[in-house]
Write a protein that binds this ligand. Structure first.
Ligand code: XMP
Length: 537
């Protein structure tokens, strides 16, 4: 039985991060709403209570009965989780004089405590809270303090119940991973058997069992998730898997051809459908961004369905849904939101059941599984790319000419990012690169890293509704600007503009203006998200 840690979500922005940190300890975990503890699940080995945007005093604050959890499982409360347990069991929580936010040091630590095994006195932690614990319950003991926070961590005497006021899951808590390791491995007794290899073995076996001789259809996008899902399914059921890859005409330069080739090399049976003419014809004269999205979405479903209908006897629709798409996240109004992307409107008469082999994985785990399956690095490290493709990066009408201009500019930018390489210490690379570090590329503790790998996502945007004056040779030009966008991020919910080197930007700007007919100006987008978004639309 696969052991698991349950993370009860009280709505903090860092709950998913706690999940990822636990998975990094090769331990499976599930994130569940604070009041959905699976009392009858025998595989649970420990419980973590997350932070929350609420104060324990708020009327709407999430409250839960822990009587059937306390004493049965080891518990670790983080921030609100710690305050909540402290208050619940008779301690006192009060508003801090000023909101405590940022770095702090554990000036006193009980280094004998199992939670702090291997810690150093003065260890830096990250605080982010408006309330503070001013008295702990009777029979609880204080096990760490900072200069401002007396009860930075506590334990219930003689019990496996801890609370920490700081956030061990965030990067700035220097020994945070060690604390989580102490809890998950030493205290909860995880045997650390959750690895890409074990995932592949068990998932392939489970898929064989689930699907038998059934046929599966899967829509490929060229992105990491659908590609890894396809390779996994292919390993389980081989020729019973048929993949469909639709070209709507707004992919990157040569992408349809190159990605199809990659898929064929991976042994996938793929039907490539070039439907670009239909999309361009339906997009003619349309400039409103929402309207464009609607048309592309509708056409995509119709083209996909027409192909899917041709595959006789299919019983399943395979999808690359990943865990963050499924987590029921709590928003501040207390409503449970379930975000789950589905292929819209597949015809009911096809009676397809959903098969989602990656539904338990975070993005970084999908990539590790892809590497385990022997997929090429350029597929695994590919940046996210929006479903409607370059259409959301062309302001104004989308037509073959505007797409051509943007494809050329984008290609120069992306090739430039891939070609600009520097060496980096492997531990820095592990921290900084969203796509992770393949061990095979490490040499003397270092790895060669391109700008492409350093950023979360990059692309060019064509401002085809704007023209400005330029001069080329002796001639006056009146053409479009291109904006370059490159951002760093961990989940696309927030993003910062990437501080790309000036020499690189200068070269790319020159190359674009000199080689792409129709463009006479290049700008670099220096807005972060929020308040901007990643795509311009
Ligand atoms: P924004 O522009 O909202 O984008 O900051 C956040 C992330 O979502 C991607 N994106 C999409 N992905 N279909 C997708 O599959 C879409 O329609 C779509 N729109 C935006 C965007 O590229 C970024 O990674």
């Amino acid at each position: 039985m696969q052991q698991k840690i349950i993370i009860l979500d009280f709505g903090s922005q860092t709950t998913q991060l706690i999940g990822r940190r636990v998975r990094e300890l090769d331990t499976f975990c599930e994130i569940l709403p604070y009041n959905k503890f699976p009392h009858d699940d025998p595989s649970v080995i420990g419980v973590i209570l997350s932070g929350s945007p609420f104060s324990v005093y708020d009327k709407e604050a999430f409250k839960v009965d822990l009587s059937e959890i306390r004493g049965r499982y080891p518990i670790l409360g983080i921030c609100y989780g710690a305050q909540y347990m402290s208050q619940l069991y008779g301690g006192k929580v009060e508003p801090a004089g000023s909101r405590e936010y940022g770095r702090a040091n554990l000036e006193t630590i009980d280094l004998e405590n199992p939670l702090f095994q291997g810690f150093e006195k003065g260890s830096q932690v990250w605080m982010s809270h408006g309330d503070t614990i001013t008295a702990i319950p009777e029979n609880f003991k204080c096990i760490a303090s900072t200069s401002k926070v007396k009860y930075a961590a506590y334990q219930a005497e003689g019990e496996q119940l801890w609370g920490v006021q700081f956030h061990p899951e965030v990067f700035h808590s220097v020994q945070g991973s060690l604390l989580l390791r102490n809890f998950v491995v030493n205290i909860c007794g995880s045997v650390q058997d959750w690895s890409p290899a074990s995932f592949v073995d068990s998932t392939v076996a489970a898929l064989k069992e689930q699907l038998g001789d059934d046929k599966v259809i899967l829509g490929l996008s060229g992105g990491v998730d659908s590609s890894v899902a396809a390779v996994l399914l292919n390993r389980a059921i081989g020729s019973n898997l048929t993949c469909i890859f639709v070209d709507h005409g707004m992919l990157r330069k040569n992408e349809f051809r190159d990605v199809l080739h990659d898929y064929e090399c991976l042994g996938l049976h793929v039907i490539g459908v070039d439907a670009s003419e239909r999309f361009f014809s339906d997009l003619k004269g349309v400039t409103d961004p929402e309207q464009k999205r609607k048309i592309i979405g509708r056409d995509f479903v119709e083209v996909f369905n027409a192909e899917a209908r041709k595959i006789k006897g299919a019983g399943w629709l395979g999808q690359g849904t990943i865990y963050p798409d499924r987590i029921e996240s709590l928003n501040i109004t207390g409503k449970v939101i379930k975000s789950h992307h589905n292929v819209g409107g597949l015809p009911e008469e096809m009676h397809l059941r959903l098969c989602e082999p990656l539904q338990w994985l975070f993005k970084d785990e999908v990539r590790r599984v892809g590497r385990q399956l022997g997929m090429p690095e350029h597929l695994i490290t590919r940046h996210p790319f929006p479903g409607p493709g370059l259409a959301v990066r062309i302001l104004g009408e989308v037509n073959p000419e505007s797409v051509r201009i943007l494809q050329e500019a984008d290609d120069i930018f992306i090739r430039g990012l891939r070609d600009y390489k520097t060496r980096m210490k492997v531990e820095d690379a592990r921290r900084l690169l969203a796509a992770g570090v393949p061990q095979s590329m490490v040499e003397d503790g270092e790895i060669e890293v391109s700008l492409y790998d350093r950023v979360w996502q990059a692309g060019a945007v064509l401002l085809s509704t704007v023209r400005s004056v330029g001069v080329m040779g002796d001639e006056r030009t009146y053409e479009h600007p291109v904006a370059l966008r490159a951002v760093t991020s961990t989940d696309a919910m927030t993003a910062d503009w990437a501080h790309l080197p000036y020499d690189f930007l200068a070269r790319v700007s020159n190359d674009i203006i000199n080689h792409v007919k129709g463009v006479n100006r290049v700008c670099y987008d220096i807005s972060s998200k929020p308040p901007s978004t990643i795509e311009w639309e």
